[in-house]
Structures are given as C-alpha cells and as structure tokens.
Design a protein around this ligand. Sequence first.
Ligand SMILES: CC(C)(COP(=O)(O)OP(=O)(O)OC[C@H]1O[C@@H](n2cnc3c(N)ncnc32)[C@H](O)[C@@H]1OP(=O)(O)O)[C@@H](O)C(=O)NCCC(=O)NCCS
Length: 162
Amino acid sequence: MSFDDGGAAPIITITIKEAEECQAIDIVELGEKIFSNPWNEENVMASIFGTYDKVMVAMEGDGDGQALVGYIIYSAPCEDCDLLRIAVREDVRGRGVATQLMQYMVYDLKKNGHESIMLEVRESNEKAIALYEKFDFDEISRRKDYYRDPKEDAVVMKKYLE
Ligand SMILES: CC(C)(COP(=O)(O)OP(=O)(O)OC[C@H]1O[C@@H](n2cnc3c(N)ncnc32)[C@H](O)[C@@H]1OP(=O)(O)O)[C@@H](O)C(=O)NCCC(=O)NCCS
C-alpha cells in the first residue's frame, strides 16, 4: 500500500502490555483526539478492571521516556469476542502499530480457545477496513445509522479464529 506521505515509513518498535490504572487518562486523551464518541475515564477503567475485557497499550521508548502510541480494547466473554476500540497516535500511523496490536489480540484470543471476533466500523473508515481485511475479517452485515456525529452506517465484520 502507499501511505499519505508518499512513502513507506519504517516499522516502529513498540512494547505491548496490559494497561495499568494509571494509564487510563492517557488512553482517554488519545481517544478524545481521534473518536467522535470517545470513551471517558469511567469506561476505560471499567474495561481495565472488567472480567472479560482486555486493554492492551502500545508503548514506544524505554524506562521513564515511554510514551503511549496506541491501544486496543477487546472483550472475550465467551467463544465469540468483540473488538471494541483500536487507536494509534496520528504521528506514528502507517508504521505497523495497529498491525502489532491486532496480531497480539488474535494470538491471545486463539491461545485462550475463543472462536471468533466481531467488530463495527464506520463505512467511510477505509484505513480501518483495510486493516481488518488484512486480518481476514469479512463483512457480515450493515447497521443503518449506527453512528452519530456524523450519522453513518456501520459495517459489521467477523473473523473466525481457526
Ligand atoms: C486504523 C488505524 C488504527 C491504523 O493504524 P496504523 O498503526 O496506522 O496501521 P498499520 O501501520 O499497522 O497498518 C495496518 C494496515 O492498515 C491499513 N492502513 C493503514 N494506513 C492506511 C492508509 N493510509 N491507507 C489505507 N490503508 C491503511 C493497511 O491495510 C495497513 O496494512 P499494510 O501496511 O500491510 O498495507 C489508525 O489509522 C487509527 O488510529 N485510526 C483512527 C482510529 C480508528 O479509526 N480506529 C478504528 C475504529 S473502528
């Protein structure tokens, strides 16, 4: 694929780890910059402490200089799981962060015996749809006017974990 800046940027080295309570505010702030319906601190904390949810953060750098560059939140209550959120800081997009977060989620859910992952995405979100197709998610349906601000249909996608 070609990126907006006209050339492929190098893959960024990140560490993926489970989010800690003290990172909730950074997750909220990143989401507020990206989503029209951002999660608040209560939502993020509920997932961090939730029985079935997992919040994984992508960190760049070492030691005290570590910075959050992305996150993925998914829910695994039974065989069928849901990808709830994935976000990457704008200045490091196109450098493999989302790919690494998705790889981690697929590995984790497979390892724990789950069977499928579902998600909804705005039909205009071509980058995210391309990301999901790369991971063999297929469109299974559409939800009319699912999103607000702006109003838009959702594409529902599903991947079976073999
Ligand atoms: C979608 C998003 C998570 C991708 O993150 P990223 O770290 O830039 O993605 P990667 O660099 O790992 O690229 C993974 C794949 O995404 C797709 N992609 C990424 N940037 C793209 C672009 N500019 N144009 C088209 N496809 C793109 C490609 O399929 C790419 O795979 P490839 O490099 O093998 O072609 C990021 O753009 C983002 O945070 N968007 C805003 C939040 C969002 O839309 N979340 C999904 C809501 S459902």
